[in-house]
Design a protein around this ligand. Structure first.
Ligand SMILES: [Zn+2]
Length: 413
């Protein structure tokens, strides 16, 4: 056996074992604290809501274990199991040039992968989310979302993919720099185009009406010197009862979006505090830092891919008998996350650090108590657990666990 095969299997088993171990710890911890509401939340969250959150978290995490196992088997099927090899044998019989062959190869894999994922995604939406009263998606919306997603992938993804493969084939040994430039340019273009052109294909956006809420938000924007292309309300309730607020776009094209579900649950003061937190991510340069991080890691990734592509063990070690640029690209994308999984505590830590900083910004420019109240309402509405497992949180949580986040806000107000 090739040593890459051994290394790959080792990392895959280590990743799956760790993920299942963390999930089991998380479920046990949540169920252990299920009988009583944590002291800090007494009076704000009822026992029934607390237990619903525990059951929802446990059910979601159990489904996650099945997804982990299934994902590992599918990955093995594509690589060492010969799935990619079989697909390659099929596309090369059509005798197109390398770019067209590669594009068809990758599109084929993407389409097969989404078909394999479909039962899981149907179960999650129409069973799990529905059981806890969150799902508002109708089968018609579900199907039309899927059709639109597929169409977008074909219209936008196909030319991009072909261009990347063309550069890899024709631009010599520095191709990875040109691909990086194209990829970075494309990402920036999408960030700019998404709020105006793509998001409206899936949801309806209306400007927030004039009135007390809007005045309050406008004054916060003025106070913090923030320019945006308007404040919008999105019909999130069309698909789910989960609520959220976010920013999209960049430069002058920034938009503030509130889910209609959030608008119904939060008071004006709480909305302002939530928005102040989101503004904090901009003002503390988190958005820029995140972009720099993503763009630099993708440059590093492409450089590594450029080196791996020239090694025949890279292909044979992962179950492909012949080397080609498109096979290298797919192997790299499929297998990469197995080798980087143990770095996830690091990225999660950075993300949680940014959340604390954004909370501090909100406490300074708005009001810490309002943000605490808004968070408690959002935990309740989303049935988010108040008692996550510590290690599970270290690996996965982009936001600090509820009790720690609230205690931090109360300490800085
Ligand atoms: Zn945040």
């Amino acid at each position: 056996m090739n040593s890459l095969t051994v290394l790959f299997l080792f990392f895959l088993v280590a990743m799956v074992a760790t993920q299942i171990w963390l999930a089991r710890r998380h479920i046990l911890n949540v169920l252990k604290y299920r009988p009583t509401v944590p002291q800090a939340f007494e009076g704000n969250i009822s026992l029934a809501d607390h237990q619903k959150a525990a059951d929802y978290t446990a059910a979601k995490t159990r489904l996650g274990i099945i997804e982990t196992l299934l994902g590992a088997f599918i990955l093995l099927g594509w690589t060492l199991g010969g799935g990619l090899e079989a697909m390659n044998t099929l596309v090369i019989t059509w005798e197109f040039d390398a770019v067209v062959t590669g594009t068809l190869f990758i599109l084929g894999i993407m389409i097969i992968s989404s078909v394999i994922d479909l039962p899981m995604s149907i179960y999650q939406t129409f069973r799990l989310e529905a059981r806890f009263g969150f799902n508002k998606t109708t089968p018609a919306t579900f199907i039309s979302d899927m059709a639109k997603g597929l169409l977008l992938m074909l219209i936008i993804g196909t030319p991009l993919l072909a261009a990347i493969l063309w550069i890899m084939e024709k631009m010599g040994s520095y191709w990875w720099i040109y691909v990086w430039l194209l990829w970075t340019g494309f990402s920036l273009l999408m960030l700019w185009a998404y709020p105006a052109f793509i998001a409206p294909l899936f949801n309806k956006f209306r400007p927030l009406e004039d009135g007390a809420t809007r005045d309050r938000i406008q004054s916060l924007l003025k106070r913090t010197g923030f320019k945006s292309r308007g404040i919008f309300v999105m019909d999130g309730s069309k698909r789910s009862a989960h609520g959220n607020a976010y920013f999209t776009g960049f430069g002058k094209n920034k938009r503030i979006v509130f889910f209609d579900t959030l608008l119904e649950t939060l008071s004006d003061a709480e909305m302002e505090a939530v928005l102040a937190h989101e503004l904090g991510h901009f003002k503390r340069k988190h958005v820029i830092k995140r972009m720099v991080y993503i763009f630099s890691t993708s440059l590093l990734g492409l450089y590594i891919l450029g080196w791996l592509m020239q090694q025949s063990w890279f292909f044979t070690g992962l179950g492909a008998s012949s080397s080609s640029t498109y096979m290298a690209l797919v192997l790299f994308m499929l297998v990469g996350s197995v080798f980087t999984f143990f770095l996830s505590p690091l990225t999660s830590w950075f993300s949680r650090k940014h959340e604390f900083e954004a909370d501090e910004f909100a406490a300074q420019t708005s009001n810490a108590d309002d943000l605490v109240n808004a968070l408690v309402k959002m935990y309740k509405e989303n049935a988010a657990t108040l008692t996550p497992d510590k290690l599970h949180s270290v690996f996965y949580d982009s936001h600090p666990p509820a009790p720690i986040r609230i205690a931090h806000l109360q300490s800085i107000k």
